[in-house]
Design a protein around this ligand. Sequence first.
Ligand SMILES: O=P(O)(O)OC[C@H]1O[C@H](OP(=O)(O)OP(=O)(O)O)[C@H](O)[C@@H]1O
Ligand code: HPA
Length: 187
Amino acid sequence: MTTPVAPTPMPPLSAALASADLLFDRATLEGVIADLGRRIDAALDGERAVFLTVMNGALIFAGHLALAIRTDLEFDYVHATRYRGATSGSELHWLREPLVPLEGRTVLLVDDILDEGHTLKAVRDDCVRRGAKRVLIVSLCTKQHDRLVDGIGADFNGVELPDRYVFGFGMDYHEQGRNLPGIYALK
Ligand SMILES: O=P(O)(O)OC[C@H]1O[C@H](OP(=O)(O)OP(=O)(O)O)[C@H](O)[C@@H]1O
Ligand code: HPA
């Protein structure tokens, strides 16, 4: 019989929320995403792209974004994590690689946040290694600081963020708060 593992104690979400600022509410984000959808349709110009979501954080953004794009899409996902419930990143762990063949395809690489860029750079480079002819990076938000790794940027970005830890709309505070309908920033 396996010994049950005690759950890791989590700092309470309620305390974080009590001292956090709401940066973008749901209505604002829905408007931003509608605009992203229109711009992506224009870039695709009728081409059926692979819509590759980076789990878990991009789940909510990806659902909204897919409904804002009128061009038909082929869905797949990768699961790569670097923060693992913490508020600072470490090495990237691949939990699931893409299954759809990417050779010769346009890939819409969809993530919730471009922070230091390690995650999107690694996943983008992997798509290129698999033969993608074009990888368009779509991020709901990008953090403003000087720690971005070289050679990465969003082709389509929703909103700019201050250099503060954020959560909500898919992003977690110690694996909590992902389904909050807005983006909040810790003080
Ligand atoms: O630009 P970076 O500094 O690499 O950080 C951005 C990445 O970090 C978060 O993922 P995380 O590792 O927290 O996993 P999650 O998606 O399951 O929350 C987020 O969803 C991005 O994928
Ligand atoms: O500020 C952040 N919040 C949530 N997830 C993240 N992953 C990178 N940066 C962040």
